[in-house]
Ligand binder design. Sequence first.
Ligand code: FEO
Length: 400
Amino acid sequence: MLPVEIKKDIHWVGAVDWNIRDFHGYSTYKGTTYNAFLAVDQKIALIDTVKKPFSGDLVHHLYRVLGDPKKVDYLVVNHVEMDHSGSVPEIVDLVQPEKVVCSPMGKKALLDHYGREDWPYQVVESGATLSLGRKEMRFLETRMLHWPDSMFTYFPAEKLLLSSDAFGQHWSTSERFDDEVDFSELMRHSAKYYANILMLYSPLVQKLLGEVRKMNLEVDMIAPDHGLLWRGFPDRILEAYDRWSRHEVKRKAVVVYDTMWHSTEKMAKAIASGLVREGISVKFMCLKENHRSDVMTEILDAKAVVVGSPTLNNGILPTVADMLCYMKGLKPVNRLGAAFGSYGWSGEAVKEITKALEGMKMEVVDPGFRVKYAPTHEDLKKCVELGEKIAQAVKGHEGA
Ligand code: FEO
């Protein structure tokens, strides 16, 4: 990819990672991008770098835009996670910047990662500004979105917000802007990104959106560090973040399970039938076929999470344990839960799942349903009834 001028004298100089398929546990079926930006004025600022294996792409872009990368005066590090800071040591060595600009926590994190006391740090707190000549950068600390060091860089005159991890998507494309791609696919990638990266920080997202509203920032382009830049529809992603961070849910249930000899699967189907009969939209997800991060994407707007596992070695299947552990970390709130599963002799799985759901502060709507070995028609009827019971609970919580 070549550099792209996104605003007058501000260029995208990032890298496209077409082939990555796992991003610390998140399935990236369509790759990702590491966005970095170059603002050219009397002073020249590079904002963020790229993951280390892609440093050559970034350096090549600097040559194309500037002729000589050493013209970069300021390196702004909005976020120290290595997908953005991995190339910082190489870039500092190459361009010898006058300043390495970062938040107070950013300096600590850079020292913890790279141990370079000798870099020319300029620590900026929320509200600090740095002039490039005609252009000005304003900084806004956004702690825990995604790490303690995270911050945004805002160009007031250009109405451009460089939002680091926030508002991103893991999606590699040749296009750079939201209005150049299929919008529904863009929103699906955005939802997956929110569910798997930011859901647990929802209270902070709410706080940040409130602060941004109060500051009355004029923004007509939001440029995250991953995926497409929001040029055509910045309001749409802001609205979606407001909705997702308030845990706004639909009349929807996710039935997620794994199965050994299809008994738990038969139960899952019967429970789903009960839910559907009562007007609940169901996502039916076997963990042999569905990645944990896709399940979380569906949980993002689902009111109920119904989890099934047969008992294996006095516990739950490893795939289901993995799912519960992952879900717990992402902290979905105000959800309803229920467990089910088959067993042979000891039958601990349902109890363990129920305990895990309670540990996530879900309202468990049923003690859980177990079936010995293989469900009979009578058992399946009870599963349908369990689905109906969960559906009533979903509807009973609407407007609450
Ligand atoms: Fe894209 Fe938190 O790094």
